[in-house]
Design a protein around this ligand. Sequence first.
Ligand SMILES: Nc1ncnc2c1ncn2[C@@H]1O[C@H](COP(=O)(O)OP(=O)(O)OP(=O)(O)O)[C@@H](O)[C@H]1O
Ligand SMILES: [Mg+2]
Length: 275
Amino acid sequence: MSLQTSHPTGLPTSLLRVEHVTKRFGGLVAVDDASLAVAPGSITGLIGPNGAGKTTLFTVISGFEPATTGRIVYDDRDVTALPAHERARIGIARTFQIVQPFATLSVVENIAVGAFLRHAARADALALARRVADQVGLGGMLDQPARALTVAGRKRLELARALATGPRLLLLDEVLAGLNPSEIRDMIPVIRAIRERGVTILIVEHVMQAVMSLCDDIYVLAQGRMIAQGPPARIARDPHVVEAYLGHGAAQRLQGKSTPVTPADETEDGHAQRA
Ligand SMILES: Nc1ncnc2c1ncn2[C@@H]1O[C@H](COP(=O)(O)OP(=O)(O)OP(=O)(O)O)[C@@H](O)[C@H]1O
Ligand SMILES: [Mg+2]
């Protein structure tokens, strides 16, 4: 049986397509018939209020949990039934919202954990880990224990571990959460540079200023459902998006303001506030 899918619409091929994915946890529908497409070479955003199902969707895309229904198509291949390690091998990597480095291992050893996916020899894995550390700005901290890193350092380490697996598609889950404004400013060019090196990025992020400046295309998830999609400027003005973030009536209250969801609306941990 062929795993290839056709493109009857003639639209450009996507590197990733999520097709009508639903994920249930018992009676809770965390993701509800959600679809999205990520163009190769893009930075695509996935935003939405707390509990919308963003991390759950990443978990399903990366294969850590199966979809209840729906399909995941990566590089024109139906990967819905593939386990996580096989999806990693074909180039899907994710970062985790809750960063858990091996505290007693050094920075370079933590990154090498990712590099072992493609390098059996320790020396090769460590060499790759050093190169990746440079790319994320951790080159000066290679031999520090991971526990010595600040929050911003741990976020960079998590990014590096994922990058070291050699992804073509990188799923970033709130890599800016908990960072202060200057740390966020420093991280944005790091993410851009990853894309410039040919890695396609799907990013979940609450820091709206960063989402708006980084993304080519944005999807909005609310209560498991995809409620909007479009370029940043349109999404920032979309009344459904404003409602989803700020609650009923917010769109009317905010009418006339150009960028309804700004970093000023966010809490210290980078999460958008709810009404
Ligand atoms: N393993 C699980 N078992 C049961 N319920 C879960 C599980 N994982 C997530 N959920 C629930 O699914 C819903 C979506 O959670 P998810 O973590 O995907 O949201 P999110 O959009 O990433 O939110 P946040 O912005 O706060 O990170 C929530 O109601 C959450 O409690
Ligand atoms: Mg989440």
